[in-house]
Structure formats: C-alpha cells, structure tokens
Design a protein around this ligand. Sequence first.
Ligand SMILES: Cc1cc2nc3c(=O)[nH]c(=O)nc-3n(C[C@H](O)[C@H](O)[C@H](O)COP(=O)(O)OP(=O)(O)OC[C@H]3O[C@@H](n4cnc5c(N)ncnc54)[C@H](O)[C@@H]3O)c2cc1C
Length: 401
Amino acid sequence: MEKFEIAVVGGGLAGFIAALALARAGRSVALIAPDPEKSDFRTTALMDQSVRFMERLGLWERVSPDAAGLATMQIIDGTERLIRAPIAKFRSSDIGIPAFGYNFVNATLLAALADAVAAEPNITRFTSAAETVSPQTDAVRLTLGDGKEIEAAFVVGADGRRSKVRDAAGITIRTWAYPQTALVLNFAHTIPHENTSTEFHTETGPFTQVPLPGDRSSLVWVVRPEQAEALLALSPDALSTRVEARMQSMLGKVTVEPGVQAWPLSSLVANHFGKGRIALIGEAAHAFPPIGAQGLNLSLRDIIALVDLLGTVPERSIPGDAGDRFDRRRRADVWSRTYSVDLLNRSLLSAFLPVQMVRAAGLHLLSAVSPLRNMLMREGVEPGRGFRALPSILKDVVLRR
Ligand SMILES: Cc1cc2nc3c(=O)[nH]c(=O)nc-3n(C[C@H](O)[C@H](O)[C@H](O)COP(=O)(O)OP(=O)(O)OC[C@H]3O[C@@H](n4cnc5c(N)ncnc54)[C@H](O)[C@@H]3O)c2cc1C
C-alpha cells in the first residue's frame, strides 16, 4: 500500500490548487482526480487576494493571457419594481489598486493546473475515483476504482457537492434549492467593455457580464428553470438578441459563442468543515448561487488556511485533530459568506415591499457614502481588510458631518 502525508480527493479547481499548494509547502501528496466528465465553459472571477495566491503558485504567466482585469464593477437595479435602487459603481482606482481581480477561463485554469501537477515531484496523481474512505486512528485508508489502496495521514475532501469524504467523516450538511438556473455563456460585442463588469439585479436573480480579453465578455444569467429551457432552445441569433436587449445594448451588438451551459442553483453548507484527520474544502464544504464572485475565492481561503495549518507545522507528523482545528478556523468566514449570498439572492426574488426597500436603501447608502463604499471594496478584495479599517472610516464619516 502506498503511503502519503496528504491525500486530496477531487480534481476540480479546488482540489488541483490544494494539492499544488500543499506539495509546494513540502508535503507528499496523493491527488485522486479522475478526468472531468463534461467540459467546463464557465469563467471565474478571482479577487486580488486570490490572484496573488495564484501568482505565488507560479500560475500567473500561464493563465493571464486568457484573463481580463476587473477595474470597475457596477450594480444596476434591472427590476420593474416600485422601489428601485440607484446604480452602485465601484472603481478599483478609488482604493489604489489597478483591478479588483481578474476573470479567468476555467478550462485554461484547469489545463494549467494539470500541467503544474504533472511537473510537481511531491504529487502523485491517481485518475481513478475514490471508492471507499476509512478513517483509522493514525491515518485514513482509501481504495480507488481500479482496486489500488493508499494510506494518508490526512485527507482533504475536494470532491464536490456529493462528497464521499464528507460522508466518511460523518459530517452532515444543510442544503436548500432555489427556483433558479444559471445560464452560462461567452459573447463578443461591438463596444469595448473597458474592463467593467455589470451585474443587473433582476426579479429572477442576477444577470452578470464579466470582461474577457478583447471585445468579449462572459455572462452568468440567473433565470427560472423553465426560462432557462426556453433560452437554451433559441437559435444563436435569437439568444444574442435577447442578451443584447437585457443589457440595454450597452456593449453594442452581441454575438453569443457556441458552448451555452445551464447550472441548476442550490446552496449547501457543511455542519463542520473538518473532523479528526479530514478537512472539507470547495463545494464539498460550501456552495451557493454565483452572486458577487464568491465561490472559488472562498475555496482559496480554505486552501490558504490548510497550508497555514499543515504546511508550516514544526513537527512533520500531522496531529490527529488537524481537521477540528481547520473547522474552527473556517466557520466564521464560510457561514457569513453563505448566508449573506443567500440573503441577497432572496432579496432579489422577494416581491415583499419592505425587503425591496431595505435592499434599495443599502445600495443607495453605498452609492452616496464613499468611505463605506471603499470599505466594502477593500473587504471584497481581501476579507478582513475592509473591516479592520472600520474605526477610521466611522471617524471619517462623523468628522465630515
Ligand atoms: C454558474 C457558476 C458560476 C460561478 N462563478 C464563479 C466566480 O465567478 N467566482 C468564483 O469564485 N466562483 C464561482 N463559482 C463557483 C466555482 O465555480 C466553484 O466554487 C469552483 O468550481 C470549485 O469547485 P470544486 O473544485 O470545489 O468542485 P467541483 O468543480 O464540483 O469539483 C469536484 C471534483 O471532484 C470529483 N469527484 C467527485 N467524487 C469523487 C471521488 N469519489 N473521487 C475522486 N474525485 C471525485 C469530481 O469529478 C470533480 O472533478 C461559480 C459557480 C457556478 C455554478
């Protein structure tokens, strides 16, 4: 039986990045990552802190030609409701950085990660799925689909929403569905985007355009499941016209590219993020609707915490309660993100007038009070950074009055 210090189960973005980061921190890593069943046409917006982490892993050179900077982000209330919010605009230059983050093509990221993993001497990749995961006192045993058996002192579950690793650890989840499907596509346009991302809030959810290099953008359009089916059945020309109309032609004529995908939306949060010799990261631990580009950014913070916990321990042997320590460290961040995204999503779906008023008032406050807007922007690029500045911001607001 082959033995490793750490086994990472799952070859999505979270699993690949975790394996690479832990191997670079000096651990021997087994990455159990079968090839994906379907192509991923999505793009992922990563914020400043996550981009710096990708740079440290040496991935920037390879993935940046396919990425576009996000210098301005605006939220437009696209609802037909009685109470509507003003446009909220956020510029990275207001907080002294060239871009809040970058929009990456998932397929490019995955290919770059697969190459980096193949070149990393501390990683052994297995392309069969994990069939059984059995925690023991001093290690965790895994059997793979091809009959191989391996043992690891610690297991990272990055095996997505239906995580076997999570079940093996006896960790339960809370999960809830939304009457929403995300339509994901890329499109070309005739007016340059000037590195601006626009999120329209609509009665069915957000409609978010994010820049790609050149005169191209990606789109995540959240609609009711039956609307998604109807949109998927349209010809490319008819779909392009619908996208252009929804964007009020702000990027000129739209041409939708082949490769439109639909992702049903739900939220999931594990009741614990680790236990004993197991930790859960990425969608095995938390998943929610794509609002404000939170999912993978949160997963990268899981990975930063893991490396902190497992990569820098002075003793080589991994303590038997490392999973519980990881759980304690990740609770506040994961729960606050999960429930704030859920609240924002529900506030869009709600036809209840007081809820609309609160959402509109919140956006109004952000457009009108620049110190608050700056704090939110800092918080967006690096959680904790904005709130650390809160006392001086409050002082500033009081002094201005
Ligand atoms: C429409 C949409 C748009 C999004 N946009 C953004 C964005 O702009 N910014 C952002 O930060 N996040 C975004 N997200 C979230 C982001 O895509 C995910 O957080 C990210 O892909 C991480 O997923 P993951 O690796 O945890 O899970 P997955 O991608 O689900 O990967 C899990 C992997 O585990 C494998 N697996 C499962 N079982 C086993 C087993 N037994 N053995 C071995 N392997 C196994 C699966 O085959 C799969 O490859 C978006 C999500 C959606 C749905």
